[in-house]
Ligand binder design. Structure first.
Ligand code: URA
Length: 202
């Protein structure tokens, strides 16, 4: 990720970005900037690729069909959506849901670095190839690495990274469901260590 790429539009008190216009095509295609949601001291920080149409409309990551899969997976391992923080590599919806370009990933990567540093999660869970490769800064074979833990260093501080299948992958390839579920089970063990689940309250 680009060092400090997002310093100017980052708002520390919101743990998010305001008014960024770094990527002209995304400024045109977005309705709004979709920042991360969830506790700013969460044990688990989930990182997706980019907002889609539903996220762009509602201003929240993973609220479409992928979000339903993520919510169901979290529930199955004893977690609720509000227990975790959820964000994306890129905060603006790419036109026609195309993949973010490497320039867009670079431009937004500094914001993700800042979110990681602010939240200081026990583990960063990368959802799919694009987030896995951006965060780990190497190529990632998601299906074979799902459930594995790696480490990254940003500005001298280290974080654990858990590779996970993207929730949407389970929709077009049900064979990926087990790898997704197993990775979430690993994630839950990190959350369990500080007892952050709120499911017991309901
Ligand atoms: N919704 C998101 O917010 N991110 C994704 O990667 C997919 C759907």
């Amino acid at each position: 990720m680009t060092e400090d790429a997002g310093a100017d539009c980052w708002r520390t008190e919101r743990v998010g970005v305001v008014g960024c216009e770094r990527c002209p095509e995304l400024v045109d295609s977005r309705s709004q900037i979709v920042n991360g949601v969830g506790p700013d001291d969460a044990d688990l920080l989930f990182v997706g690729e980019a907002p889609g149409a539903n996220e762009d409309e509602q201003g929240e990551p993973f609220v479409g069909r992928s979000g339903d899969v993520l919510d169901d997976g979290l529930r199955d391992v004893g977690l609720a959506r509000q227990d975790v923080r959820i964000t994306n590599c890129v905060r603006c919806r790419p036109p026609e849901n195309r993949d973010p370009t490497s320039e867009e990933l670079d431009s937004c990567g500094g914001y993700l670095d800042r979110e990681i540093a602010a939240v200081d999660p026990a583990v960063i869970v990368t959802l799919g190839k694009v987030p896995g490769e951006l965060v780990l800064d190497r190529s990632v074979a998601v299906t074979s690495e799902a459930g594995d833990i790696d480490e990254i260093e940003i500005d001298g501080q280290r974080w654990q990274v858990l590779v996970c299948v993207h929730p949407a992958a389970t929709l077009y390839d049900p064979g990926q469901q087990t790898a997704f579920d197993e990775a979430l089970q690993v994630a839950a063990e990190y959350a369990g260590e500080s007892g952050q689940s709120t499911l017991g309250e309901f």
